[in-house]
Every structure is written in structure tokens, then in C-alpha cells.
Write a protein that binds this ligand. Sequence first.
Ligand code: ADP
Ligand code: MG
Length: 232
Amino acid sequence: MPLLELKNITRYFKSGQVRTEVLKGIDLTVEKGDFLSIMGPSGSGKSTLLNIIGCLDRPSSGSYYLVERQVEKLGDGKLAEIRNQFIGFVFQGFHLLDDLNAQENVELPLIYRGIGSKERRKSAMEALEAVGLSHRRKHRPFQLSGGEKQRVAIARALAGNPEMILADEPTGALDSKNGQNIMDIFTKLNEERGITIVQVTHEEHIAKQSHRILHLFDGEVANEGEIEESIR
Ligand SMILES: Nc1ncnc2c1ncn2[C@@H]1O[C@H](COP(=O)(O)OP(=O)(O)O)[C@@H](O)[C@H]1O
Ligand SMILES: [Mg+2]
């Protein structure tokens, strides 16, 4: 059984009489331990697809299995639970809370899970360690560089011990050195912990470090291919 399977997924948005079809029948299977990049021009539906994969949004039609559950049949509460339990999110703009320091930001999703303060602190410290930022734990976002902020965001995703990390243009706001640093962390998490990673990127050299690329064009899969290990 794959980790997730999308079958003939569509998503349209309605405003007044106008109906915009954003995803037009996407089939996608992701196995546990996969490292997939979604590429495509701006507006081709990449974020819409990632949001559906992450249970932040629902398809208009089609079926979606995630860890053997048929997602489109679940209510909002159950969906939030699955999201919380299995998925860590990383966004282009980091989405850290300005008033909290790095450690508190990392602990936040664990509070929602009802985990006690001692265990929260331990998990947060381990996660910050994994991204090389233990020494910055008391810093607030404005005291961190872009690359460091993204590493805190990855630590926050990691602290919940997710099966899968979903990242929407995680290197999009970073220079190439910091972008590469993020990719090195993803590669390590994928190889050493078997965490499944699905990332959206428009950068070829970033995508090439994953194992598979799915090209979207105008809401459809234009092509899909594997990356040979030798060129990663
Ligand atoms: N909530 C929404 N309501 C209406 N249109 C939307 C909504 N979200 C996305 N779209 C439209 O769907 C298309 C694809 O958006 P998106 O998935 O964000 O593309 P990408 O991430 O590939 O740039 C765009 O034309 C966008 O305007
Ligand atoms: Mg997008």
C-alpha cells in the first residue's frame, strides 16, 4: 500500500458565474520514503495540489487515499488529526510567529497535540539540533537570517515526528547557499529517517536533488520522471 494515492483529482474554484478549473484529473502515487518534486509554471496548480495532499484543502472530485484512509470521506476534525499526526509543513515564507523564540515556535504544534511541557522541550531541542540550530533556540525570528528561519520551520515540522514533509517552494526566498543548505537537510532526513518529502519548486537544480519530478502544466500532469542517482 503506497503512502498516498490520488486518483483523477480535480479542483475548481467558483466565483459568481465563473468556474476556474485548476486541477484537471491528477493521478499520483507516492510511496513511503519517496522524495518528489512538483514543478511547473506559475499558476499551473502546484500549490493547489500540495494543499490537497496536505489535507489543507479538499478535491472537487476524485479520490485520495492517505495512509490507508479515504480522505475525502473524512470530516474536518479527523482531517486535522491526520494532518497533525502525519504531516509537517514548510512554506516559502517560513510562517513563524514573531513573538515566539525559535524553541517556542518549534513547540507550538506539540501544544496542539496536547504534549506536556517537558516532553515538548525535549522534542523541540532534538529537532533544532537536527537542523543545526540549538545555539539559536532563544532567538526570535527577527534575530535570524532567512536560512535560519527556514531551518526553524523545518524543525517545527520535524518535532511532530511526521511521516511526510510537504514543502511549498522552501528555497524560494533564499539565496543559493542557504537554499542548498535546506536541500541537504531534506536529503538527510529522507535518507536517514525515511521521511517522505514532497516539495514544490521552480528551480531545476533543486528538483534534481529529489528522486522524482512531476511536471504540471495547466492543471494536468505533463510528464513524470525519475532522477538517476548518479546525477543527484
Ligand atoms: N482559492 C482560490 N480561488 C480562486 N482561484 C484560485 C484559488 N487558489 C488558486 N486559484 C487559482 O488557481 C490557479 C493555480 O494556483 P496555484 O495552485 O497557486 O498555482 P502555482 O502554485 O502553480 O503557482 C491560479 O490561476 C490561481 O489563481
Ligand atoms: Mg504556488
